[in-house]
Design a protein around this ligand. Structure first.
Ligand code: ADP
Length: 296
């Protein structure tokens, strides 16, 4: 379906992925919980901290990333066999939305074609050296997250996004089982739309219930990566393709995204104790200042 006719050998994907330090998939059990919004804001927050970041929109049928970065009318350029990622806010971006000229055109592909297209978006894209590649998967446990995990030969970890209510939390359990079946480490759960602050008195209003995401973490022994409050400005910025974090830097929600990135970083350090966070100043064998018994 893609207007870019390119072919990908599995080794091409492996070569690209070797240049990327952390490959992280963002999953959700349900649509509409804010997964793409969270993925985009995590990427922007990481980029603002000075990391080299890429964001792959693996939601082939419903790509949101072009809109969230105000690039809905853009298409990716191709040089030889290589696709050039688009760039916004210093983030390298690729999406099925950049591979078709008309943004209103439906992408009609199924199983094997989807697999191939995702392989192209991993292996044929000039991602270069990155600290993080964030992969925004469509909701559920279907073809796309499975194909991504197989193509990459397991990402470093999954970030599962949910909202607090039980109906969303029930589907998160399926995402957890999906990760466990594939041996994909779960870095933790982000609870989006956790509360709304009353504009008059500032009191929290729990529109979608309270703490469903936290309860799942307790039940499945997972890290809780943070609460992201409801903030109407998130939706406004998202629709306009603007950077919410820059425009509303002092908001509680912007700080919540930043804190989630710190939690992700800590979860990665717990997983890879020999990475940069290694504490070599005090003792051997401790993983970082967060977990080091001397520096804790
Ligand atoms: P998903 O990727 O899970 O389908 P989206 O990221 O597309 O969900 O978000 C669905 C809608 O919810 C969008 O309109 C988005 O702007 C809005 N949204 C997401 N998170 C928040 C939030 N924390 N506060 C306000 N609106 C939000």
């Amino acid at each position: 379906m893609s207007e870019c006719e390119v072919t990908t050998e599995p080794s091409a994907i492996a070569l690209r992925m070797q240049q990327i330090k952390h490959k992280l998939v963002v999953l959700s059990g349900k649509g509409g919980v804010g997964k793409s919004t969270v993925a985009a804001n995590l990427a922007r927050s990481m980029s603002a901290k000075g990391f080299k970041v890429g964001l792959l929109d693996a939601d082939i049928h419903g790509p949101s990333i072009p809109t969230l970065f105000n690039l809905a009318d853009s298409t990716a350029k191709q040089f030889g066999n290589e696709l050039i990622p688009l760039e916004a806010d210093d983030i390298k971006l690729m999406s099925s939305g950049f591979l078709i000229a008309d943004p209103d055109q439906a992408v009609i592909v199924r199983g094997p074609m989807k697999n191939k297209l995702l392989g192209q978006m991993l292996g044929d894209v000039d991602w270069g050296e990155l600290d993080y590649l964030i992969i925004d998967c469509p909701p559920g446990t279907g073809d796309e997250p499975l194909a991504i995990c197989q193509h990459i030969d397991l990402p470093d970890g999954a970030i599962v996004v949910t909202t607090p209510q039980e109906v969303a939390a029930a589907d998160v359990r399926k995402s957890i089982q999906f990760c466990r079946k594939l041996d994909l480490p779960i870095l933790g759960i982000i609870q989006n739309m956790s509360q709304f602050s009353c504009p008059k008195c500032g009191e929290p209003i729990y529109l979608f219930g309270k703490d469903g995401g936290r309860r799942i973490c307790e039940k499945f022994n997972l890290a809780f990566l943070g609460d992201i409050p409801i903030d109407p400005a998130v939706g406004v910025s998202g629709d306009a393709g603007e950077c919410f974090l820059k425009k509303h830097a002092d908001s509680t929600t912007a700080q919540a995204f930043q804190s989630a990135v710190e939690q992700i970083d800590m979860a990665l350090k717990r997983q890879h104790p020999t990475d940069e966070g290694e504490c070599d100043s005090c003792c051997s064998g401790c993983s970082s200042s967060e977990t080091c018994p001397t520096h804790a």
